[in-house]
Design a binder for this molecule. Structure first.
Ligand SMILES: [Zn+2]
Length: 286
């Protein structure tokens, strides 16, 4: 199977390492434009001596050391860069599953648009500010898009705390008082959930989930598949009552979604900029 992954940062490299150990994965395309920097070392797999090299190249060497049989391609490019969109579209069309380990809204929306246009399933992992927990989302063709999920979470799931800051609702909050770095342990836990959810997709269990229940079966029908998994790693008043608890959400597609709704075209250029602005506004990060 061919995996298309966006991002090999501190979380993305953990997901990539876990995916590469699965023999079903025979081909990986990694999109990652960044250079490994000194401040990455503390929460990343690679040593200080790797500083200055491309993360994509370091990731390729890591995977090829584990799995020399895997075909590994890198694209050192920004997912929102217009000049690479045709190449990205070819990658999305060629893959079997996508993994998004990007940490900014523009990249998540761009990856969503690519995979949705190609009709491919994908997953997204998000570590919450301070490493208090994280999300793993599963996106299936025709179901809720990232815009639907972001909109739903803003309105329905995470209630505004009585005293607004700290705002734990989103990864990498821009508010200075909430830019507490997540620990490598917290990042690795969420990345491991991310890999597990992606393995579930590869196993085709989502296909079984969508099948009508067999009437002759004495067992009850399985519950509907969740689209989003929230993992609490710390108790935080007003957000998580209990640490180490998981919460499942089935987020529906929104007919009024500005990204995938019936009147929405796939965002490109100015429309993509508008969709990013809309998502940022919903997330309260501006
Ligand atoms: Zn949508």
């Amino acid at each position: 199977m061919h995996l298309l992954q966006l991002g090999a940062g501190s979380g993305g490299i953990v997901v990539l390492d876990l995916m590469a150990r699965d023999p079903r994965i025979t081909h990986i395309t990694l999109i990652e434009p960044d250079v490994y920097q000194a401040h990455n070392v503390y929460r990343h797999l690679f040593p200080p001596s790797a500083v200055g090299q491309l993360k994509a190249e370091l990731a390729r060497q890591w995977v090829e050391a584990l799995r020399p049989d895997i075909r590994f391609h890198t694209l050192v490019a920004d997912i929102t860069d217009p000049q690479y969109q045709a190449e990205f579209a070819r990658c999305a069309a060629a893959c079997d599953v996508g993994i998004c380990a990007a940490d900014n809204e523009a990249a998540k929306l761009a990856f969503d648009a690519l995979l949705r246009a190609a009709g491919k399933p994908w997953t997204l992992g998000e570590v919450l500010s301070g490493g208090i927990g994280g999300w793993v989302h599963r996106f299936l063709p025709g179901a809720a898009c990232y815009g639907c999920v972001a909109s739903y979470l803003q309105r329905e799931v995470v209630e505004q705390p009585a005293a607004p800051p700290p705002d734990y609702r989103q990864p990498h909050s821009p508010l200075p008082e909430t830019t507490i770095p997540a620990s490598k342990a917290a990042i690795a836990v969420i990345a491991s959930w991310h890999a597990l959810v992606t393995f579930e997709l590869l196993s085709g269990s989502t296909e079984a989930d969508r099948s009508p229940p067999k009437t002759e079966s004495p067992n009850p029908a399985p519950p509907p598949p969740c689209t989003s998994l929230l993992v609490a790693l710390q108790a935080v008043p007003g957000v998580f009552e209990v640490p180490y608890r998981t919460h499942r959400f089935t987020i529906p597609r929104s007919p009024s979604c500005l990204t995938c709704g019936s009147t929405a075209a796939l965002p490109t250029g100015d429309a993509l900029d508008a969709a990013v602005d809309d998502a940022l506004a919903r997330l309260g990060s501006r």
